[in-house]
Structures are given as structure tokens and as C-alpha cells.
Ligand binder design. Structure first.
Ligand code: PEP
Ligand code: MG
Length: 585
């Protein structure tokens, strides 16, 4: 049995999971065989050497950045470095490329299979186990050769199913997560990804613990090893000893009891001590989440991320199919408001995973995504608006437009909406004539020059995930800069205060649907800033509700006003902690 060790990452989704590791291969070792023209053979060898070199550099960095205390991990990396440098893997494949004029991937996998076969003949457990390490090292090289383009497809293996399986992956795209949604995994952990990446958001929506940004979990953990995932603290314990295991089993049931207790708050109203009524709404990704939303006590859907229903399937859904999905949600919510956001595709969310590789741009977050993409494809956009309008016959529907930055985009959107309405009128199809249309404020430009948004839209919704990303120039899905992703940066708070204050003065309803809205540590700050509508992943509603019920807005407002004058996030953090200490008598 291997020794126990602990890995630290970023909390992706709260809760504790105990189960068996299920490793997701990142570069399937089923590589294709290509015949290389003689004049390109040398180039192919260079490609192989370059890949080998960068993997070697990566291992070396890993070694120096791993704390000395973690000797077992360092020993591991040493072993992998040794394997990588062994002529069997570093030289023989070059010969294969030359002799057979094949691609580098194929050459190294051929050689790996030969080596693994040799290992497996040896009657020594330790040596037999090494074949596993050889595989891992080769996988890493193949991935490097592929230029990191690993994608979903059938990465989960056929017929895998299990409540106690914990997915261990280098990276999971939102499409990947959607792909294993039905397979009942109890948790997942990844090497890359930040806490507000869409992958993390999805795990919260599914209510399963997740830890992201672990850097090298995929390499250090082996298939079927026992894991404890503490999603709240962002910690993974590999091969825990009996005592730790028991401790966490107790923690896990305590967490579940706590959740159950909070659920009792379901029917309680979200009213502050000074009798201000707060709206608590749910963020959902599809019709199947309606039940969770209602069970958590949501008073409506504040954000329905429509793109998720169709992620990873490769084609654009037609009007009919969309209409069915939207109607399901609207009917399911039984008259409560449902805010349907138009497709927020592009960047990390793509319909087709292959296509996303093809279309990869240098700065996808700044590219043709979201409303920009919708406006660039007016036919699809029209179909979506028609589908939403048709669903509005079955309940209270609002339309939400993501990522607006220019006033002109509002005009263009309103024009297409008008076109959708008049086409339906022409066909005598019923819809809500007074349907409200709102815009997400998630680009700093929209937050600052907010005038036209307030004048031309019926409501606003603050998307803090993107607003923080764009304000601080921090990629929300890149774990390497995760420490700089700071919701309490004074610049972020200034923008939030400006958006909320301007909306209040203009008499335009404003809600918040980014992850900040679901963080109970932030509830009092946001209340004090004047926010009255919060939309979050359903599991968070009870905890935020509890916080609201213990808060007095008239007391909070002057304190928050002082906090907003602070110029350093550390000081702000400190004051918010104090703000949270106040327990009402
Ligand atoms: C946001 O950006 O805060 C938001 C709510 O939208 P998404 O997370 O889907 O980008
Ligand atoms: Mg957004």
C-alpha cells in the first residue's frame, strides 16, 4: 500500500466526498498512425525532442516547487524524470520515427507498449507497478505533442458508473462535466481551473464537492486509490489512514446534518431584522435543476444559463427544441419568475469541442463570444428569442442578455427582439407582450457608462465572475493567477457600488447573479451596498438566507460606506470579517 499524502488546491464546491480515484486519461493513448514524407522525418524527430524537453522541464519545476516535507512526492517526480530520460523512451522512439517514417506520438506509444509488456512479464510487484509510471510519463509526452488539446469525447471510459468514484482529471471543460453528469460521480478534482471557472460553477450546481487547481493530482494519484475530497477547504487526502478516514466520515455526516438543518429554512422568508424583504433566486443550467431550486426555497430563477443544455453536442439546437427546454423550466417553476439568459457561448463554453480547437483564438475571453456571437448570427439569435417568447405563455419569463458592452448592442438586440415578436404576432402565436428584457453588467465599460443600460432596459443583473475577470485582467479559469482573482479588490467594489447606486437612483431593479451573490461572507457587504436581489446556485440559498435573517440593514449601511472608502483589499477583508462577527441578540 502506498503512503498517505495530502494535496492542496482551490475550493471548487463545498462538501466532503470519500471514494475511489477514477483517472481520466487526458491524451488517449490511442494515437493515430501517420506516414511522414522522408523530407519531414528530421522535423518529426525535432518535434519529439522538443516535447520531451518541455515535459522534462515541467517535472524539474515540479520538483523544485514541491515542499521538502513532501519527500514521497519528490521521490515520485524523480522516478518519472528517470523514466523520461531512459534511452528506452528518449532514444528508441527516434529510431522508430526514422525507420518507419511514422509520427512521434505513434512511435512513443509503440515503444511504451513494448516496455509495458516486458514489465508485466516480471514476477516482482514493485517492477510490475512501474509499468504504470511508464504509462503516465508517456501520456504526458503525448499530451505535450498534441499541444494540450485534450477534450471530452469518450474520456470517461465506457460503462463506468459509480456513486463512490472520484474523477481525477488534468482538466475538465464544462462540456466534459456535462458529459458525466448522468454517471453519478461523487466528486471531481482537477489540476487546472479556478474557483469561478464554469467547471467549478457546474459542480456547485450539481451539489458535489470539487477541488480545482491541484497542479499535479493527475500525475500523483493512481487509479482506485482511496481519496478524501474536502471541497470546502480545497484539500485532497490520498490513501488516508484509518484515523483520518474515520475523522472525515464524521465530518461528512456533520456537513450533511448542517445542510439538512438549513433546509428547514426553505419556507422561511428572506427578511432582514429591520424588515426589508430580499429576493433569493436560483442559478440553473437546465430543466433538471428546477427541483433542486424549488427544494432550496428559491423564489424564482435569476439566471438560466441556456447554453449548458446544448453544450458538447456539436450542433445548434433549433427553435422547437429550445422552446421545449424553456417551457419545461417555466412550467416547473409554477408561476415564479424565470430569467432566461440568451446563449453565452464562446470562450470556454463551446457547442462543439472539436470546433473549439479549430477556432481557438489568442484571447477567447475577449473574442467573438456571448451577445457578440448572437448578434453575428442573427438567424440563430432570432430562433432563440422566438423560443423564449413562446415559453413566456406558460409563466413569468424575463430575457437576460449577457456581456453587453456597447449601447449599440442594446439597440440591435431590441430590434431583433421586436422582429421576433412581430413574426409571432403574424403567426398568431401567443406570448407575453410585456415581457421584460434585462442586461448583464459584467464588462467594466458597461458598469462605468451605465446610462444607456438603465434607460433602455427593464432590469440589470451583475455578473461578478466576468466583471472581476475583466476588471482585474485575471483569467477566471486559470489557476496560475487564481490568487490575484480578488472579489474584494477596491476597484471591484467601486464598480459594484456604482452599478447598484445608479440603478437605485434610476429606479431600475438590479440583481446579482455571479458567484459573489452566493457567498454568505459577502451577504452583509452586499446588503449594505443596497443589493436586494441575489441569484445563486441553489444549494447556497439556505445559508445566505440565514445570514440575511441575522442582519440589520440600517446598521450595516454606514459601516459598509466606510468599508468602501478603504483602498486595500487586506483592510477590506479585515473589516468584512468584523462585519460578519456581529451576532444579533
Ligand atoms: C458572471 O459572469 O458573473 C455570470 C453570472 O455569468 P457566467 O458565470 O455564466 O459567465
Ligand atoms: Mg458571465
Amino acid at each position: 500500500l502506498r503512503m498517505s499524502f495530502t494535496l492542496h488546491g482551490l475550493p471548487g464546491s463545498g462538501g466532503i466526498a470519500i471514494g475511489q480515484a477514477h483517472l481520466i486519461s487526458q491524451a488517449t493513448l490511442e494515437v493515430s498512425h501517420l506516414l511522414i514524407p522522408p523530407r519531414l522525418v528530421d522535423k518529426e524527430i525535432v518535434r519529439f525532442e522538443t516535447a520531451l524537453e518541455s515535459v522534462r522541464a515541467e517535472f524539474a519545476t515540479l520538483k523544485t516547487t514541491t515542499a521538502h516535507a513532501l519527500t514521497d512526492i519528490r521521490a515520485f517526480v524523480d522516478l518519472h524524470l528517470m523514466i523520461l530520460s531512459d534511452p528506452e523512451l528518449s532514444e528508441v522512439p527516434k529510431q522508430i520515427i526514422r525507420d518507419r517514417r511514422c509520427n512521434a506520438e505513434w512511435a512513443i506509444v509503440q515503444q511504451m507498449e513494448f516496455l509495458v509488456e516486458q514489465f508485466e512479464k516480471i514476477d516482482d510487484t514493485y517492477l510490475r507497478e512501474r509499468s504504470y509510471d511508464v504509462r503516465q510519463v508517456v501520456e504526458r509526452v503525448v499530451r505535450e505533442l498534441a499541444g494540450h488539446h485534450d477534450h471530452a469525447g469518450s474520456r470517461f471510459g465506457r460503462g463506468v458508473k459509480g456513486e463512490n468514484l472520484i474523477v481525477v482529471a488534468h482538466d475538465l471543460s464544462p462540456a466534459d462535466v456535462m458529459a458525466f453528469k448522468d454517471q453519478n460521480f461523487s466528486s471531481f478534482i482537477t489540476d487546472v481551473g479556478g474557483a469561478t471557472s464554469h467547471t467549478a460553477i457546474l459542480s456547485r450546481g450539481m451539489g458535489i464537492p470539487a477541488v480545482l487547481g491541484l497542479h499535479n493530482a493527475r500525475q500523483l494519484i493512481r487509479d482506485k486509490e482511496t481519496l478524501i475530497v474536502d471541497g470546502t477547504r480545497g484539500v485532497v487526502i490520498v490513501n488516508p489512514d484509518r484515523r483520518i478516514l474515520e475523522e472525515y466520515q464524521i465530518k461528512k455526516s456533520q456537513f450533511e446534518i448542517e445542510r439538512a438543518k438549513l433546509k428547514l429554512l426553505k419556507t422561511a422568508r428572506a427578511t432582514t431584522l429591520d424588515k426589508v424583504k430580499i429576493d433569493l433566486l436560483a442559478n440553473i443550467e437546465g430543466p433538471e435543476e428546477v427541483t433542486i431550486a424549488l427544494e432550496s426555497g428559491a423564489e424564482g430563477v435569476g439566471l438560466f444559463r441556456t447554453e449548458f443544455i446544448f453544450l458538447g453536442r456539436g450542433d445548434m439546437p433549433g427553435e422547437e427544441e429550445q422552446f421545449e427546454a424553456y417551457r419545461k423550466v417555466v412550467k416547473g417553476m409554477e408561476g415564479r419568475p424565470v430569467t432566461i439568459r440568451t446563449f453565452d457561448l464562446g470562450n470556454d463554453k463551446n457547442l462543439h469541442t472539436e470546433l473549439s480547437v479549430e477556432r481557438k483564438r489568442e484571447n477567447p475571453a475577449l473574442g467573438l463570444r456571448s451577445i457578440r456571437l448572437s448578434l453575428a448570427e442573427p438567424k440563430s439569435f432570432l430562433a432563440q428569442l422566438r423560443a423564449i417568447l413562446r415559453a413566456s405563455k406558460y409563466g413569468k419569463v424575463k430575457i437576460l442578455i449577457p456581456m453587453l458592452s456597447h449601447a449599440l448592442q442594446i439597440d440591435q438586440t431590441l430590434a431583433i427582439l421586436e422582429q421576433a415578436k412581430s413574426s409571432l404576432r403574424g403567426e398568431k402565436v401567443a406570448f407575453d407582450e410585456s415581457i421584460e428584457i434585462g442586461g448583464m453588467i459584467e464588462v467594466p465599460a458597461a458598469a462605468l457608462a451605465i446610462g444607456p443600460f438603465l434607460r433602455r432596459l427593464d432590469f440589470l443583473s451583475i455578473g461578478t465572475n466576468d466583471l472581476i475577470q475583466y476588471t482585474l485582467a485575471i483569467d477566471r479559469s486559470d489557476e496560475q493567477v487564481a490568487s490575484l482573482y480578488e472579489p474584494l479588490h477596491p476597484a471591484v467594489l467601486m464598480l459594484l457600488a456604482h452599478i447598484i447606486g445608479s440603478s437605485e437612483r434610476a429606479g431600475v431593479p438590479v440583481s446579482m447573479c455571479g458567484e459573489l451573490a452566493g457567498d454568505p461572507h459577502m451577504t452583509r457587504l452586499l446588503l449594505g451596498m443596497g443589493l436586494r436581489q441575489f441569484s445563486m446556485f441553489p444549494a447556497q440559498i439556505p445559508e445566505v438566507k440565514q445570514k440575511i435573517k441575522q442582519s440589520d440593514i440600517s446598521e450595516l449601511t454606514p459601516v459598509v460606506r466606510r468599508i468602501l472608502k478603504l483602498e486595500e483589499s487586506s483592510k477590506i477583508q479585515e473589516q468584512i470579517e468584523r462585519l460578519n462577527l456581529v451576532v444579533p441578540t
